[in-house]
Write a protein that binds this ligand. Structure first.
Ligand code: FAD
Ligand code: UQ1
Length: 446
């Protein structure tokens, strides 16, 4: 019990700190036996962990180091369900020491400088970690501070919450239960984000909660999104439009949250299509905020990034466009697909193959097609399973119409995926469902 409490505290602390890298924690390298490795992986989240597991198996003990400051590994995809009171935060957390492969050296520290010309990474405690090959897997930085008043509102107003952060996701369900009426507002920022479906998934779950509590008649459910569309893939956008209409949800496109005034319970939105830079203020009784996101500052200020601040890799091979011994996987990469753990799974197989080829002087023969997936939960037993590629074309695994809301897809998301993640993906053994898709669609194209 005490251990679980400590883990929760440490997770909340860690996630509070990863969005302000000026507050990086200083750790000693408990498992560190040297300063030079064949492979250094920066970040021990979904992508870093899967990558380390694959290469440890191949290269053996002492060859692979993972630089990762957090003592806790989080399975973020169930935070949507935590927000709706259907899972607990504890169910999403495991000690990092149990999730990272035992054969790797875990350097419990933050990377603060990348020097790809001289093949080393510097850490917050001043260590220089040299490598032959580098994989950058730092994920995203949550920039709550870019919205005026939002951090203060998250700290002081019980009706302001955010499923994107371990500290704020536990506020969501109590806030939903406290709604008696008024405007329940859900936001989508003006930057790329991880799991682009998550800002609206919690809205559908919330709408159901308001209905079941008899509060729906008095509550306006409002989605204020910076985007011009509800979802980037036509097939699933059509399904979601149907859900929105049926459940009387108001969607305001090109509305970007720029300020929260918790004292007055007001949220200010920039109207992105207004040439005069107009804003519109909404009163709220509940506000779910999705923060602007970017690659972490340490990555953005390194020589590794493209003009947009993402680790500049080839979209097919995952190899860096300037430094051939560097690869990147997951949310911090420039891969132009929707940023999800499902995408990371598919990328991990490509990365393993192509980085191994570089190590052995062979050809980079595997190509990433942009596969990503977003289980669009629309209720506590309903889900539209979106799966698609770089061209925003559906790439569905199951031989049924996945554009329909289904109980089975909800069970897959809520029960099967967490098991698959902890027992298969973090062990480096899950490369996405392509093999099942091919089997299930035998003779029927993709
Ligand atoms: P992460 O898993 O975030 O890991 C990054 C790691 O890097 C962290 O451990 C961090 O501590 C570490 N790090 C950061 N900076 C440094 C540094 N300077 N030095 C060293 N280490 C550093 N995906 C799905 O597939 N399906 C879903 O349904 C889904 N729903 C989601 C719902 C929510 C609310 C959220 C928040 C995410 C969801 N995702 C979903 C997205 C998924 O969690 C991410 O896309 C995935 O975790 C990305 O993996 P990653 O390795 O790139 O980053
Ligand atoms: C997936 O591979 C994955 O990675 C573990 C997820 O992350 C949580 C997902 O949500 C989904 C949907 C997939 C895709 C897997 C199948 C079986 C369709």
């Amino acid at each position: 019990m005490a251990f679980r409490r400590n883990m929760l505290k440490s997770a909340v602390r860690c996630f509070s700190q990863t969005d302000t890298l000026s507050m990086v924690r200083h750790f000693s390298c408990t498992n560190h036996k040297g300063v030079s490795y064949k492979l250094v992986v920066v970040g021990g989240g979904s992508g870093g962990c899967a990558t380390a597991a694959k290469f440890c198996r191949e290269l053996g003990k002492g060859q692979v180091a993972v630089i990762e400051p957090s003592e806790t590994h989080a399975y973020q995809p169930i935070w949507t369900l935590v927000g709706a009171g259907l899972k607990t935060l504890e169910q999403s957390l495991r000690p990092m020491s149990k999730v990272l492969p035992s054969e790797c050296d875990w350097i419990k520290d933050s990377a603060v400088k990348f020097d790809p010309k001289n093949n080393y990474v510097e850490t917050a405690s001043g260590k220089k970690i040299e490598y032959e090959y580098l994989v950058v897997a730092t994920g995203l930085q949550l920039n709550y501070d870019k919205v005026k008043g939002l951090t203060e509102a998250l700290r002081s107003d019980p009706q302001v919450c955010s499923n994107y952060h371990a500290q704020y996701v536990t506020k969501t369900f109590p806030a939903l239960e406290a709604v008696e009426g008024g405007n329940a507002i859900f936001t989508f920022p003006n930057t790329p984000i991880k799991c682009a479906g998550a800002p609206q998934k919690i809205m559908y779950l919330a709408e159901e909660i308001f209905r079941n509590r008899g509060k729906r008649d008095k509550t306006n459910v409002i989605f204020n999104t910076s985007l011009p569309v509800i979802f980037g893939v036509k097939k699933y956008a059509e399904s979601l439009q149907h859900v929105i209409k049926e459940r009387n949800i108001k969607v305001n496109y090109r509305h970007n949250l720029v300020e929260v005034k918790p004292d007055k319970r007001e949220a200010v939105f920039q109207l992105l299509d207004s040439e005069k830079g107009e804003t519109k203020t909404f009163e709220y009784s509940f506000l779910h905020a999705t923060p602007p996101m970017s690659a972490p500052d340490v990555v953005r200020s390194s020589p590794l990034v493209n003009a947009d601040g993402w680790v500049d890799v080839n979209k097919q091979t995952l190899q860096h466009n300037k430094f051939p011994n560097v690869f990147s996987i997951g949310d911090c990469s420039s891969l132009p697909t929707s940023k999800t753990a499902a995408a990371v799974a598919a990328q991990s197989g490509v990365l393993k193959n192509n980085l191994t080829a570089v190590m052995k002087g062979g050809d980079l023969s595997r190509s990433y097609d942009g596969y990503t997936s977003c289980p669009l939960i629309t209720g506590k037993d309903k889900c539209i399973l979106a799966e698609f590629d770089y061209d925003a074309q559906p790439l569905e695994t199951f031989p049924v119409d996945q554009g329909k809301e289904r109980w089975s897809m909800y069970q897959m998301k809520a029960q099967v995926m967490p098991e698959l993640y902890w027992n298969v993906m973090t062990k480096g053994l899950w490369q996405g469902p392509a093999i099942f898709r091919k089997l299930m669609h035998l003779g029927m194209g993709r």
